[in-house]
Ligand binder design. Sequence first.
Ligand code: DHB
Ligand code: FE
Length: 284
Amino acid sequence: MSDATLKATAAASGASATERFLTDKTVQTEAGTDAARVNTLVTEVITAVHDVIRRHQVTYDEYNALKSWLIGVGQDGEWPLFLDVWVEHVVEEVAATGRGGSKGTIEGPYYVPGAPALPATSTLPMRENEAGTQLLFQGQVTGVSGEPLGGALLEMWQADDDGLYAQFAPGIPEWNLRGSVVADADGRFAVTTVQPAPYQIPTDGSCGRLIAAAGWHAWRPAHLHLKVYAPGHEPLTTQLYFKGGDHIQDDVASAVKPELVLDPRPAPGGGNEVVYDFVLDPAS
Ligand code: DHB
Ligand code: FE
């Protein structure tokens, strides 16, 4: 385990994730001022909480534990983590209703726009002797009728072999294992990277306290993150997992789908290789 692992704290990654979310110009944080919609949604959420309190005869001690925990989530900067682990997968499910093309899944808190541009055949930025099994990840981006989408953009980001993300854990070069790959004229790409390790959501902050208090575990299976774009098509935000990997069946963030599980094979030149094609729906 590297020094970076030892120093990756909930407060540090939470503060970075909160700052990243609040400053991302591509994220809409004011959904509008439709009072009827706000009234409906907020009333139902609050009523659902009231129902739980009555059904389970929640005590003042439990109410104060909740109050203290909610304050702590904010102080630790862990709202992005909490929401992306326990809520986002249902928002994604609703957003994807009726959509064709490849499956998507949650974005999570660690996307950063503006990763270095890379040609269709390339290696993600990595340290000398980056730990982990080498992975050649290749495929093609097409539309729903199979037409190649030349020049499609694949933004990729992933954890390293310690399960840590550049820009959210200390001591990792800024764009390590992050890149914006431009597919060739046939929509093809061939990216060399390393297989990420399973990711554990920080255990030393409020989300970790909740997990311990509830007797859950903090793990996500190893995954690659991607956003795939082509003009005239719906962007796709997805993740790809590894067959047989730990926590494929019990992802804390409930974001695994069978269509998203890779089955890499040993590559002739060493390491592993896998083919995965992306199909983008037409823009609505
Ligand atoms: C979280 C981390 C991830 O890497 C991810 O893909 C989803 C959620 C999290 O810590 O909240
Ligand atoms: Fe992730």
